[in-house]
Design a protein around this ligand. Sequence first.
Ligand SMILES: Cc1ncc(COP(=O)(O)O)c(C=O)c1O
Length: 406
Amino acid sequence: MSEKPWTYESLKQAIGQRSLPLVLVDLRRFDDNIRYFSERAARAGKTIRIASKSIRVPELLHRAISIGGSAVCGLMCYSAPEASFLGSNSFDDLLVAYPTVDPSDVAAVGVAAKRGNKITLTVDCSDHVQKLLTLWNTLGFTTPLRVCVDVDVSWRPVGFHVGAQRSPVRSAEDFERLLDEILATPKLMFTGIIAYDAQLAGVTDANPFGDRRNLPMRVMKSFSATDVVKKRNQFREVLKRRGIEAEFYNGGGTGSFEHALQDPSLTEVTIGSGLLQPHLFDYYRGTHRAPAFCFALAVTRRPQVDRVTCQGGGFIASGATGRDRSPIPILPAGLRIEPLEGFGEVQTPLIIPPELQNQLAIGDPIFFRPAKAGEIAERFAQYYLMEDGKIVDQVPTYRGLDQCFH
Ligand SMILES: Cc1ncc(COP(=O)(O)O)c(C=O)c1O
């Protein structure tokens, strides 16, 4: 481990006179994180698939794949145009995890497949299958379209649905029906299963911003954790009984990594956020990685002795919005977000503790950690890469490459 603590002075020195705002990635920490996940996965006999949505910077995706080596099986993409873009930039094994029946998406996948990319679309209902089939035929692609089935492993105690509102494929029978529809045509190729446990991977249970929810969330997770394993197994049993060897069985995420590693049904686990470790991922019991990125805003105003106002804002993360979705100021230590304004739109006011009131001047940087990993890349054209306290490179985000995916 290279763990050098970040200090205000070290980060300030690293960014020097560069124009703010900017994003800094600590390469040592990023590398340690990818090593950690890939080594743990390899020891458990599984591979990891990197969630591109949680990175959105091709150079960092390349870096993660090259460090992870054979433990990384490919990328989990969030849209077909994104997968096609990555396919034309020397990435491969691209699993588009969220269904689409958009004609131009399917055309892009067809072109990528023709180019030789291994690219897979996700389905979870007959409508997806039939629409993809019609499009694939109309577009005249001759090789089969690779599809996988997203199954629901949410926890459903009587009358409730605790988990993502995604796939309606809940039982072995639902799965087998859809599988039969896929297998019925040579134009489609069944490749595998996604069984994402959102109620484990996407729910914090040691959250300082919602501490009354932590105990019920832990109870929910302990029931759901056993249930997820059983549910995944019922789908695996269908394949076994039918003698079908899937290429992959994907599940888990940063927030459920350790649990997913123990699940015998899974062949691969998805990891994205944990490579950069935004602050939301500190609020899970279990795996904690070092934060590998932060962003800096400049102090541009001093409205009162105990306040500074920074230029820039609007970096609230997606999800059920709450205080935990806001970035947090980390350095200098002791700053707090002004509760009446929250994290700003184009300006962000902060409350300064007494000991810092004479220390901060106009033009000084303030460093923050975002709540989530990938979304902030939509706000910046480039990320600065830092190694041993020095900036060694700057690399474009999707936005910096003029790519906009949804
Ligand atoms: C299908 C799927 N797998 C895995 C993940 C986990 O990604 P991360 O590791 O970035 O939390 C997500 C996140 O939303 C997802 O939708």
